[in-house]
Write a protein that binds this ligand. Structure first.
Ligand SMILES: [Zn+2]
Length: 320
């Protein structure tokens, strides 16, 4: 007979109560650690593009579990007493996540919620069920709690997506739908596929052109001297020591595009593990040697970083 089977009913419920208490203590502890990791940006140093990516890939949380813990950690930074409430069990992570989500929606609506108001709402949420929480939040924010995007992967790996567009957003999409209607027959799905296909093909074509240019140039010149338009064609040998004279003064859209086609994803590397971020979203062109420190727009001095890593490198430099 296992140790659990030998317990009587009272012992069993006493035991699970004490375990749940330990679980809440542990949750508080974890949220505090996540808040500190968020403050130090440890995940960026480790070449993760976001705290969410770090918690799912490095720590192994599910998407939902990671998001709830991030929401709690961020709230904790503004309202520290939340930690205590999680530990004693008067508030749970799901409630906090709902509050944070609702506040994000309100913020997008241009509303500012003072910390004192956040405290007041949190007090109202204590000891409440999930449904009661929804109701309190709906009343407090007078916001329809809407889900922007719902994605579900199905058995055959097809994905069912449900999206909510504002009136203005839908008007824009309808315009695109009209423009492409000859080709697509006017269907929403076909319109989106047509647009996606076009963008991806453009990127691929730009990549091929660039490779051809580099291949043609490789025997005679460095990549840097092959930049288009505003670039003076410089002889091959100039590229090494000082920034080449041919580097354009401004970061032209064309140059931006070339760097994007070369790097394709965030190039941030964790020096210890060698992990490269590789994020393909919110990409920006970064100067390895910053402009203010005399860095040029030569291609060797440019690289792609995701928005978070671009911000992080300057933040990290300020810390040292
Ligand atoms: Zn990155």
């Amino acid at each position: 007979m296992s140790a659990l089977q030998s317990l009587n009913d009272t012992e069993l419920t006493d035991k699970i109560k004490s375990l749940a208490r330990e679980e809440r203590e542990l949750t508080r502890n974890i949220i505090e650690h996540i808040a500190e990791i968020d403050r130090r940006k440890t995940f960026l140093a480790m070449a993760y593009s976001s705290l969410f990516e770090y918690l799912t890939k490095e720590i192994g949380y599910s998407e939902g579990a990671a998001q709830r813990r991030i929401d709690a950690a961020r709230l904790l930074q503004r309202v520290p007493e939340v930690a205590e409430k999680i530990e004693v069990g008067t508030l749970n992570l799901a409630q906090i996540s709902k509050l944070q989500r609702t506040m994000r929606l309100a913020k997008r609506d241009g509303r500012k919620i003072e910390v004192s108001d956040q405290r007041a709402i949190l007090e109202k949420l204590e000891h409440r069920s999930g449904e009661q929480t929804d109701l309190i939040l709906a009343k407090e924010f007078a916001l329809p709690v809407q889900i922007e995007e719902r994605k579900q992967i199905q058995r055959d790996e097809s994905v069912r997506v449900e999206l909510t567009f504002s009136k203005e957003e839908m008007a824009l999409i309808n315009q695109a739908r009209d423009i492409l209607s000859n080709k697509t027959g006017g269907g929403l799905k076909k319109t989106m596929l047509e647009m996606a296909g076009k963008i991806v093909a453009e990127r691929a074509a730009a990549g091929r052109t660039r490779k051809a240019v580099i291949a043609r140039a490789s025997s005679t010149a460095t990549v840097a001297v092959k930049m288009p338009a505003p670039v003076k064609t410089a002889p091959a040998a100039t590229a090494t020591e000082r920034p080449p004279v041919s580097a354009p003064r401004t970061l032209t859209p064309r140059l931006r595009k070339d760097i994007l086609n070369r790097d394709r994803c965030c190039q941030y590397r964790d020096k210890t593990t060698g992990r490269v971020c590789g994020s393909t979203r919110f990409l920006e062109v970064d100067h390895v040697q910053p402009r203010f420190a005399g860095g040029s727009n030569a291609t060797e001095n440019l690289r792609i970083l995701c928005r978070n890593h671009n911000g992080y490198r300057y933040w990290a430099e300020q810390q040292t």
